[in-house]
Write a protein that binds this ligand. Sequence first.
Ligand code: GRF
Length: 211
Amino acid sequence: MMKIAVLVSGHGSNLQALIDANLSGQIVGVLSNKPSAYALQRAQAAGIPTRVIEHSDYVHRAEFDQEIQAQLLEWQADLVVLAGFMRILSPEFVMQWEGKMLNIHPSLLPKHKGMHTHAKVIEAGDTQHGCTVHFVTAQLDSGQSLAQGVLDVQKNDTQDSLARRVHQLEHIIYPMVVEWFCNKDLIYHPKEHVQLKKQPLNHPIQIYETA
Ligand code: GRF
């Protein structure tokens, strides 16, 4: 059974969706860089081991990353899932998890990397918005996209309404992709194509919001 470690910093609604999804893998630990993250309470309520590693305790980013790496190895993680983890990880760390680390980002990548995506969508007048699950590479929000949740932006949408609708889509597509990984439907070949169910995955699978 695949062992999954989830890295969080905040509310943890995506963690909750993964817990509730009854994955064929096992969430073996939840790691937070913030002791106050509500996600830790969700993990504890589900009987999942937790660990807090505060970045402010480390002078150098490399030491913080090494401490995370040590914990992931102790948990014997096969997959690292970033679920609202708000620290940028060093390229050296990320390279160790090539093809084994996923992130979810609240935009239709490659559009709107970085922060404040809902505001950027409204500002740009985009007609569609959503979220993307992607493999993590050293470049921010740039690894191969695997699945997207897509919604049509309505005239009366606000940042809050978009945030709420995007979150709902996140809770559908993240467990879906993690399950692909757990049951080996999703195969990562370095320097080759990612395969989903033995077919090359050239474009992310898109799931549309239902009314
Ligand atoms: C999500 O919007 C995700 O796209 C972003 O961080 C947020 C995490 O939300 N990376 P939650 O903590 O899972 O509720």
